[in-house]
Design a protein around this ligand. Sequence first.
Ligand code: FE2
Length: 261
Amino acid sequence: MREADAEQFKEWFSGYTKTFHSDDKEEQKNIALKIRHTSEVCSVMRQLAAAMFPDENSRLVAEAAALFHDVGRFPQYAEYKTFRDSISVNHGKLGAEVLVRERVLAGLPEHEQAVILQAVQFHNAFEIPGLKDGDALMVLKMVRDADKLDIWRIYLGFYEGDPADIASEAGLGLPDLPGYSDPVLESIFNRQTASLKDLRCLNDFTLMLLSWTYDLNFTSSAALLAEKGYVSRLISLLPQTPDVLRAREELLSYLRARTAP
Ligand SMILES: [Fe+2]
């Protein structure tokens, strides 16, 4: 893959996402959210790739995977007006289908196409699938980390900011109720990623985001999480019960151990 391919991909992405523009202000907020998210995930990916890949070709492929990882979000939202895969469609799989159907990657060597397509298709899988191709697995893991790091940023931006600016799908449209669900909190003590199916309210969503701490693949990603202080900031959005404060300590001590020199 060459720099010219990267430029062409950015142009395609920009043209493709423009076709989903909505005159409805609320809808457009959700669409704009995913466009901005894409550009931020690319920027985190550049940092990860710079640390991990000495050759430019691999770095460009990794960034293309980041650029396209959420391409399925646009047709998903257009058709279902939601970002909840469980009540609509698997947006990773849909994204890979869009790229194939539109022949977006056709100019690349087959192996590079496969690396990008697998990263897009599986970036949102609950668990990392056992891919045979080591390059694909590596890029998939990087996309998953970069994605999480930016989802934390977006979510905090909304809930620490002006409530009027919150995109309706920021918390997957979950209701803002008091309290939280025990199985979701438990996942943090079990050092497991919380499951989407257990989420009942916005606090559960916040807890799920916190549980992603355990799902980072690289120390450099964990270091970025620690540096941004996302754990403490997410915890502040929750009811400050003794259990929540205990969860905070659990997460912070895990992060300290993970990033210890
Ligand atoms: Fe996604």
